[in-house]
Design a protein around this ligand. Structure first.
Ligand code: ZN
Length: 157
């Protein structure tokens, strides 16, 4: 028997989600790739950054490589379970277009899922919901805006 995870296990994880796991491998890979700046505010991070689920864990409880970004603890905690404003979304789409495959290649050995199409599909669904309900989108510390059509357009919807 090999220790390799079966396709069935991957499918179960994809369908039903997993428990939160240690994200230190994700942090290390992102630090190698992204230098050490907060994804959201762009400032340098002196302390250990948080690994943020760009599409919040509460909406998509799976550790998809393409959904990880590094952020200040303060930025990440303030963002909480919110989706982000169009500028952050555009930044995330661009990051994944340019680096999503590289990120996934670094994270797959640590057991993280590689599924760029799923990341986009989940984002389209989540931002479609946000637009429909005029949800608040996180911009920066203590600042948010109402969702509008722009996010769906960024996602090609
Ligand atoms: Zn920040």
């Amino acid at each position: 028997m090999t220790a390799r995870r079966s396709g069935a296990a991957d499918l179960a994880l994809f369908l039903f989600g997993g428990a939160r796991v240690d994200l230190s491998a994700a942090r290390a890979a992102l630090q190698e790739m992204r230098e050490n700046r907060c994804f959201y505010c762009g400032s340098a991070m002196k302390q250990d950054p948080h690994v943020d689920h760009f599409i919040p864990w509460s909406r998509y409880p799976r550790d998809l490589a393409q959904n990880f970004v590094l952020a200040h603890n303060a930025c990440n905690l303030d963002k909480g379970d919110m989706l982000t404003a169009p500028a952050h979304l555009a930044h995330w789409v661009k990051r994944n277009r340019e680096l999503g495959d590289d990120l996934a290649a670094r994270l797959s050995p640590a057991g993280f899922l590689d599924d760029q199409p799923a990341a986009l599909q989940v984002a389209r669904w989540a931002y479609g919901q946000a637009e429909a309900t005029s949800a608040q989108l996180w911009v920066s510390l203590k600042y948010s805006v109402n969702a509008d059509r722009r996010c769906v357009e960024i996602l090609g919807g």
